[in-house]
Design a binder for this molecule. Structure first.
Ligand SMILES: NC(=O)C1=CN([C@@H]2O[C@H](COP(=O)(O)OP(=O)(O)OC[C@H]3O[C@@H](n4cnc5c(N)ncnc54)[C@H](OP(=O)(O)O)[C@@H]3O)[C@@H](O)[C@H]2O)C=CC1
Ligand SMILES: O=C([O-])CC(=O)C(=O)O
Length: 268
């Protein structure tokens, strides 16, 4: 049976996700609605999809989606996630940074369990969340997460308080906890929260953010070790031209997730 997908967000990642899901997965999925803050942004995306454009969650959920996919940001997912699950839809969250908030994460988990729904956290701009869960089970993982982006991909973050970054030299602009990193850079280090949650090191993992004027990629390097295993995962993705903060591969990772869910043989 073809499953109905509704999308929250009509920006850079939603556009890639919708286009590629329609192109590659039409035997299994149909996009029925897209929501944005501005109606015209949602409409710009839906006109090629034969889907409903809206600015209101009730309207989105009226389409009775099997799965709601979020590409809208930390505040949006905090506002909508519980109602999506209570509506009976499963949920894919790109703005995984929202789950660094213990209260939200517990409410999300409890609601999903109570409603017998699933919340899927995609690999996003990184990968290997399966491997990181193995580290979590083995215990005592030491995890460091490095993120390198060009200044234009970092500027505007609350941590920088409007300051511009040097354009002539590579600079470490943040070193600290995952929680401080996501609060300071909510649109840049969702990957750090994903890695820390998967490896069960939300309080212990450390994050380093580097601004590199010569970098044409968003580079994420995660190093994990315990007494029996060590791993280094480096992923370098091209920034989306419409939103240089986001790597385009993030949207593709959600297409891959949906493909996996629909397939009789799943990778893990
Ligand atoms: N897990 C990961 O690896 C990654 C996660 N991300 C997450 O994905 C998010 C989306 O990225 P991207 O597509 O590049 O962002 P964009 O800024 O290009 O698009 C965001 C879209 O969300 C919409 N939106 C924002 N707030 C709301 C709201 N409250 N209700 C409805 N719609 C809303 C905007 O509406 P409008 O157009 O009307 O303004 C816009 O269409 C990022 O903010 C980040 O949190 C990003 C990269 C990697
Ligand atoms: O897209 C990326 O490279 C990573 C990103 O913005 C995030 O994790 O929020």
């Amino acid at each position: 049976m073809v499953k109905k997908i509704a999308v929250i967000g009509a920006g850079a990642l939603s556009r890639i996700f919708c286009t590629q899901t329609q192109k590659l997965l039409s035997d299994d999925y149909r996009i029925v609605a897209v929501m944005a803050r501005h109606f015209e942004h949602a409409e710009r995306l839906t006109k090629d999809l034969n889907a409903k454009a809206c600015t209101d969650l009730t309207e989105l959920l009226a389409e009775k989606p099997d799965i709601v996919v979020e590409f809208a940001g930390r505040e949006a997912i905090k506002d909508y996630a519980i109602d999506v699950l209570k509506n009976g839809s499963d949920l894919v969250i790109a703005s995984i940074g929202a789950l660094a908030d213990d209260d939200f994460r517990h409410r999300l988990t409890d609601t999903a369990r109570g409603m017998n729904r699933k919340v899927y956290l995609p690999n996003g701009a990184i990968g290997a969340l399966d491997l990181m869960q193995t580290f979590a089970l083995m215990g005592d993982a030491e995890v460091t997460i490095g993120n390198t982006k060009a200044p234009r991909s970092l500027e505007g973050a609350p941590y920088l308080q409007g300051q511009s970054l040097p354009t002539d030299k590579k600079t470490v602009i943040f070193e600290g906890s995952v929680e401080d990193a996501i609060n300071g850079f909510p649109k840049n280090v969702n990957v750090a929260v994903a890695a820390a949650l998967a490896s069960d090191t939300l309080r212990e993992a450390t994050v380093r953010i580097t601004s590199d004027p010569l970098s044409s990629e968003n580079i994420h390097r995660i190093v994990l070790k315990n007494k029996l295993m060590r791993a280094e995962v480096t992923i370098a993705g091209k920034p989306d031209p419409a939103n240089p903060r986001s790597s385009t591969s993030t949207a593709w990772s959600v297409v891959a997730l949906l493909k996996n869910l629909a397939s009789p043989v799943s990778f893990y």
